[in-house]
Design a protein around this ligand. Sequence first.
Ligand code: NAD
Length: 490
Amino acid sequence: MSYSKPTFKDVYGNFINGKFIAPLGGQYFENTSPIDSSLIAKYPRSQKEDIDMALDAANAAKDAWGNTSVTERAAMLNKVADIIEQNLEEFALVETCDNGKPIRETLNADIPLSVDHWRYFAACIRAEEGSATELDAHTLSMNIKEPLGVVGQIIPWNFPMLMLSWKLPPALATGNCVVLKPAEQTPSSATLLMEKIAAVFPPGVINVVHGFGPEAGKPLASSSKVDKVAFTGETTTGQLIMQYASKNLNPVTMELGGKSPNLFFESVMDQDDAYLDKAIEGAVMFAFNQGEVCTSPSRILVQESIYDAFMERVVARTKAIVQDNPYDVQTMIGAQSSVDQYNKIQSYIAIGKEEGAKVLCGGAANTQADLAKGFYILPTILEGHNKMRVFQEEIFGPVVCVTKFKDEAEALEIANDTLYGLGAGVWTRDAHQLYQIPRAIKAGRVWVNCYHAYPAHAPFGGYKKSGFGRENHLMMMGHYRQTKNMLISY
Ligand code: NAD
């Protein structure tokens, strides 16, 4: 079964104060689909004045919104979840068209997971309890949590709906108003969502402004009209955003890049077929959904005693991956999200070859005739060592670098020899390793005998240059609030 490109209007606006409006300077950019380079639509090329307008709307709405009851806010969040769920296929198609990822992924993972995050924070805010302590017979110490006010949120292109659904619900649930800037490569699903939910929230509570980083992101992150900046993107962009926000002493959360190790120990090969198949999938499928995942297991580390046998299976499985038209439900790996990303990945493959890495499979663009207008890279495995640039730098493509280790100590040394600390995988049936290896890996999320699950109730975030602060889990509500202590004498 195959879908086709969804229909779009010619031109879209920013969503400010409950309405779609044209950018004040009248400038637009063309958004194209990486599947076939066809035009999707024009979106506002917003500037500081558009950001200011959105921030003014959010500031005007914040007091009333902060005073709504948790029951009302939770009901609105649940309403959004229902709307996305009722239009799941439409959202999935728009996301596939904008980003290039296969429809099987957007239909089965990105959009359903997004729905769950809205529901999760609707539930969290209602389940919460406060604290009051009697200090003596006449003194009560009471902590209440207040919203920060207006939050600026800036998100990347790799999971447009999911990143939006990680960011908006906790900020809104805790009583903040938001100005969100989607990535310029993928403005469509955020726009579709605003169309569908325009009437759910009071005007000004959610505002979505499109545009490029330096023109629209920078004025948002550096504005004195925001009270917090939440960012997901590259580490170097995060460093700039921290500088911008520091002018106003604004708190930030940073969800940044990664170079995640995926470790396969000797015991993996002694197991039943079902476990071994799962481990092979863990090495292959989670790396090759275009590889445009911050926690993509882009470094595979295999114990040398099983290296040849294990890698033979990994390479065979990789070669069987179906790369084709992303609208086709059989397709497992689609297009890279943009021509820039496509060029960057190819330049890294060239760097790897120059460094002496051996290409075990892939290693080039996909030249299939019917994909010629899009940006497709063959799933690629490079064999080398951890000091190579391709092992150290985030490629953000379907390129996995593989090396071997002798024992636990060497496995940990290689795993932790990276500037990043976002995700990691450990595959073993050894009871000691099950706990001790993940414990010793310096990363915010370690999957053991699984990979790439992102339940809303498990905290996710980085160590080292992968950022700080957490997404998901109720602890995230703490990132969007300040605590007021009332010391009451009576
Ligand atoms: P990016 O940093 O280039 O852009 C992210 C966002 O920042 C975009 O909206 C962009 O317009 C904006 N931006 C760019 N320059 C800016 C500036 N000077 N001022 C303000 N805003 C600016 O990242 P990307 O290429 O869109 O996304 C890929 C990166 O995101 C990868 O490094 C990936 O690992 C990371 N990522 C991290 C997580 C996580 O949870 N840790 C999740 C998804 C993606």
